[in-house]
Design a protein around this ligand. Structure first.
Ligand code: NAP
Length: 461
């Protein structure tokens, strides 16, 4: 036998790969876009429509028939019609019996109806096999081919075989199916496209609130106080000086807030002596948005770096430096180098650089493309161990920079502490409690609890 025959066989067209006809009810935007994509992927497409007239908007190779005729030609029928028109399907119940109906619909509001659209369709046509899919993909993305951001297609349904058939189509279209289980998951899948950055809401509102508070705090102490008591107009501080005070403070506090819920969780577990009781809702929600808090903190830290780098370009800084040089020249006296100050400034800069480096590393490892490539232990090492190290370095950076003002009465304008002092409260509290938690007498029972041990087991034999 010719030794190349196997290759020739492999290259020959595989007739068993012929795609099955798919029926699409509705020739609207989504029906046309999906039909177009299916024809490109080799599926014969037949439309079921109220009007069988072919318009030039409909994909060239598709057939358009009445709903009843089209349904008879395929085992899978995609319902590209709004939920409020589903009643027209009831008279077709007999033809649709045993067929796979794919519900792709979305609603205008979260939880708009008591049951999901897919469950409603299944109630209307109990003899059909309903699968929910494609609702998170937009007609525009399907048509333009810009599916990079939404390649994932959530699929759910009670009939495993029907779900597999739909997932095969999803794959053939170059998309990635994600099995979400039974039709009970349809409500969640339908709510998904209506959500607007759900995990970002709390971190963004918190950041905006804290930023506004610290901005006005600095405005009062650095601009208004100086204007009233020293008759100096430092209003230009609003542009760079104040933002460059607020940004590092925000970065440090938000980084500490990433680790604070973990501390609360540990204390609660130690107190309860079990991990099998749910955390309070607020703590659960807080834990879920730690990544977002960390990324916002990184954004503030990056802004702080940029604001600091432009400092030598500022007219005010140049004026202050030349004023110092001229006064030394007039007095014919050079100020000796203050070694302590040189140490302090170099130390806080070094601590800041190292802290920022680790901050960036934390940000990079939280990207899905990176976190998917490290195992759980590696991810925890970076996010927990290196994360705490970043918090220690950033706290030390702030302490070394602002520490000298702690005992200086001039730092307490209107008896209020400087914002450096305020920014240290949460990080120092987190670090002190974390330090206590790593003591063996505390760490050992906590580790046991996390491995499933219970102080007062409910189901002991
Ligand atoms: P559409 O442009 O309004 O088209 C809906 C189609 O439904 C119409 O073209 C019509 O097709 C048919 N129809 C209208 N009234 C009907 C009635 N009384 N009885 C029977 N059929 C009727 O809507 P679409 O944007 O394509 O959306 C269709 C479904 O896909 C919706 O449930 C939507 O939530 C979902 N979806 C849309 C997108 C998107 O990007 N557009 C994304 C995800 C999911 P015929 O004239 O051929 O009968």
């Amino acid at each position: 036998m010719n030794k190349n025959s196997s290759n020739i066989m492999a290259l020959a067209p595989n007739t068993s790969n012929k795609r099955e006809t798919v029926c699409i009810f509705g020739t609207g935007d989504f029906g046309r876009a999906l039909g177009h994509k299916m024809i490109q992927s080799g599926y014969p497409v037949v439309y079921g429509s109220r009007s069988t007239q072919i318009s030039n908007l409909i994909p060239k190779d598709a057939e358009v028939l009445s709903h009843a005729e089209a349904a008879q030609k395929a085992a899978i029928i995609i319902i590209a019609i709004q939920r409020q028109h589903y009643n027209f399907l009831i008279p077709l119940a007999e033809i649709l019996h045993g067929k796979v109906l794919v519900d792709i619909s979305n609603n205008l509001k979260l939880n708009q109806y008591p049951e999901s659209n897919a469950e409603y369709l299944a109630q209307l046509l109990p003899g059909s096999r309903v699968v929910k899919a494609f609702n998170t993909v937009s007609a525009w993305a399907l048509q333009s081919g810009t599916l990079d951001a939404s390649r994932q297609v959530f699929v759910c349904g009670d009939d495993v075989e029907a779900k597999q058939m739909v997932m095969n189509i999803v794959r053939a279209l170059g998309l990635t199916p994600l099995d979400k289980g039974s039709l009970l998951a349809a409500q969640e899948i339908e709510n998904y496209p209506l959500q607007l950055f759900p995990m970002w809401k709390f971190p963004i509102f918190l950041s905006l609130g804290l930023t506004a508070f610290f901005f006005f705090y600095c405005l009062a102490l650095d601009v208004i106080y100086t204007y009233i008591y020293e008759k100096k107009n430092f209003s230009f501080f609003i542009a760079i000086t104040i933002p460059n005070r607020v940004c590092p403070v925000m970065a440090l506090i938000l980084l500490a807030l990433v680790y604070l819920p973990g501390i609360f969780a540990a204390i609660i577990q130690l107190y309860r002596g079990t991990k099998y009781r749910r955390f309070p809702d607020w703590l659960d929600k807080w834990m879920l948005c730690r990544k977002q808090l960390g990324l916002i903190a990184l954004a503030f830290a990056s802004l702080h770096v940029v604001f600091t780098l432009v400092t030598p370009m500022r007219a005010f800084v140049n004026w202050r430096t030349s004023k110092g040089i001229i006064s030394q020249a007039l007095n014919n006296k050079t100020e000796p180098l203050n070694n302590t100050n040189a140490w302090i400034s170099d130390s806080y800069l070094a601590l800041g650089i190292l802290g920022f480096f680790l901050f960036v590393l934390l940000g990079i490892t939280s990207l899905p493309s990176v976190s998917n490539n490290v195992n759980w232990r590696e991810f925890r090492f970076v996010q927990s161990k290196l994360g705490y190290l970043a918090l220690i370095l950033c706290t030390a950076h702030t302490l070394v920079y602002g520490g000298k003002w702690f005992l200086s009465p001039s730092a307490y304008k209107w008896y209020l502490p400087n914002i450096y002092m305020l920014s240290l409260v949460v990080p120092c509290a987190v670090l002190v409690v974390k330090f206590v938690l790593i003591f063996p007498c505390v760490d050992k029972p906590l580790t046991q609890i996390r491995q499933g041990w219970e102080r007062n087991p409910k189901h002991s034999e």
